[in-house]
Design a protein. Structure first.
Length: 228
């Protein structure tokens, strides 16, 4: 096969304590998956249907690299989230078999151009430009499930410049990991290499150039980085 120009290298995420890397297929994100965050954003939780959106696969920022402050915004917000990495997929995956498709867990930031999101909401427009921009998905190394159990109750937290910003238990999610996979698979054919950002708790706030962030998911994963 010949391409018109050289194909871009595949986006990938490191695997903890390994030389292996996880090739990224798609990045799915869940909105309003913590009731306290939905409330602070002036929204309500719809328990009948999760809110989903996507980011491009090459939005990941890995290996502790600096995160560039994005263009076209003056209100960049952090949203710390547990991330699920899939080793397999399919359509219409049942809840009771969903966790069999999970390869690993990590922690990441769903960076958001909040001012652009507010404009989109006011005009009933899509959120794409507020969520799917370059370098909008910093992510930790992934810890395979084989190295630990599926996190049912783990502390999800974020410090910015050493000060606490967000803190919650992943057990507080409105939709569990298994339910998220089930619902997503009714809308998309999931595949090996998919990442799922599972939603953020309350406490989202602005980031500025020079800020240093530290995100963690219990004893599962940690992420350190800087906005430049």
């Amino acid at each position: 096969m010949s391409f018109v120009f050289p194909a871009a290298p595949a986006a990938s995420v490191p695997v903890l304590d390994s030389e292996l890397r996880f090739p990224v297929h798609r990045i799915y994100c869940v909105g309003r998956n913590y009731a306290d965050h939905a409330k602070e954003m002036g929204a309500t939780v719809d328990r009948s249907q999760p809110t989903f959106f996507l980011k491009p696969s090459d939005a990941v920022v890995t290996d502790g690299r600096d995160v560039p402050y994005p263009s076209a915004t003056t209100d960049l917000h952090h949203e710390v989230e547990m991330v699920v990495a899939l080793r397999s997929g399919g359509r219409d995956i049942p809840v009771d078999g969903a966790l069999e498709h999970v390869y690993a867990y990590g922690v990441g930031l769903d960076l958001t151009r909040r001012d652009l999101q507010a404009v989109a909401k006011a005009k009933s427009l899509p959120w794409d430009i507020a969520k799917g921009f370059d370098a909008s998905a910093p992510i930790s190394a992934l810890r395979p499930v084989a190295a630990g159990a599926h996190p049912q109750h783990a502390t999800l937290s974020l410090l910015v410049n050493g000060e606490p910003r967000q803190n919650a238990d992943v057990g507080d999610m409105v939709f569990s990991v298994a339910e998220i996979i089930h619902e997503l698979s009714k809308l998309f054919e999931l595949a090996a290499g998919d990442l799922i950002f599972t939603g953020t708790p309350a406490g989202v706030a602005a980031l500025a150039r020079g800020d240093v962030f530290e995100a963690s998911l219990g004893g599962v994963a940690s992420l350190h980085g800087r906005i430049v």
